[in-house]
Design a protein around this ligand. Structure first.
Ligand code: DHB
Ligand code: FE
Length: 277
């Protein structure tokens, strides 16, 4: 039986990649963010997930405004990085689990989620940097199951819908017959809007961080328009956190939690949850 052992949520910005490359993790600009990760590394070392279910929003690599599914699920045996406009990336290979993917897809469709299924999928910075933050300077020891949520082309799915997606993902994992330790990873948020560089709503972010742990249902009735006003248009990346929370049981325990801003133009947060047995 597959089993959800915990969930890790993190903000992402592309310049995390430059900070890692330049070994800048300890500098004042980055320290407050990177300091969040040692407890996450300890937890991963102890728990050793076999698979991470990666919830994020594709940033235009696989889908663009002309063709944008609401939810897209990877079903490839392996994945690679794509060109995000900086030229072809150095080749890397990330192991998928297509047998699990097709179980997930069948389960989601039975659960009335009309998803796109992607037998090829390029991974962007949202996915790659989240994994590189979990396992710095090493090949990822876990397989990856990418799940993309549209926040790019309106209409985008409601928070309630994303929470229900997470619940359906949780049911799919629990009904998988093979022994598999699964960690849910959410990459995105918190408040930011790239064309309003510097717009960060720390009070709102801190409220979200509290509610996502203790009362996620209080977040589900925000309209998309209201959320964009409060958290910026890319603040909708918090849909990945909402879906993550839907996959987790009602009772959870915080292992570690950090808020740090500005993370580039973004309210930066890291959260590690465990089921509260
Ligand atoms: C930034 C944040 C993002 O979520 C992203 O995808 C790109 C850039 C930023 O704050 O710089
Ligand atoms: Fe982003």
């Amino acid at each position: 039986m597959a089993n959800i052992i915990g969930a890790i949520a993190t903000s992402h910005v592309p310049s995390i990649g430059d900070a890692i490359k330049g070994n800048l993790q300890g500098t004042p600009k980055w320290k407050g963010f990177f300091d969040a990760f040692p407890p996450v590394h300890d937890w991963l070392e102890k728990k050793k997930p076999d698979l991470i279910v990666m919830l994020y929003s594709d940033h235009g690599l696989n889908f663009f405004l002309d063709n944008r599914p609401t939810f897209a699920v990877g079903a490839a045996p392996s994945y690679g990085p794509g060109d995000e406009g900086f030229g072809p990336p150095a080749p890397r290979e990330f192991q998928g689990d297509d047998v699990f993917s097709w179980h997930l897809i069948e389960s989601l469709v039975k659960d009335e989620f009309d998803i796109a299924t992607c037998q090829e999928m390029k991974l962007d910075h949202a996915c790659l940097l989240a994994g590189d933050l979990l396992w710095p300077e090493q090949e990822w020891p876990a397989k990856v199951q990418p799940i993309d949520i549209n926040i790019m082309q309106h209409p985008v799915p409601s928070f309630k819908r994303c929470f229900k997606l997470g619940q359906a993902i949780g049911r799919a994992i629990e009904s998988y017959p093979d022994d598999l330790n699964v960690a849910i990873v959410a990459s995105g948020g918190l408040s930011h809007q790239i064309n309003l560089a510097g717009f960060i709503n720390e009070d709102f972010d801190r409220m979200c961080l509290d509610k996502i742990v203790n009362a996620p249902e209080d977040l589900l009735d925000y309209s998309i328009e209201n959320w964009v006003d409060l958290a910026g248009s890319q603040g909708l990346e918090f849909t990945s956190w909402i879906s993550m929370r839907g996959a987790m049981p009602k009772e959870v325990r915080v292992v570690t939690q950090t808020y740090f801003q500005p993370l580039s133009n973004t309210g930066g947060a890291v959260l590690l949850l465990e089921p509260d047995a």
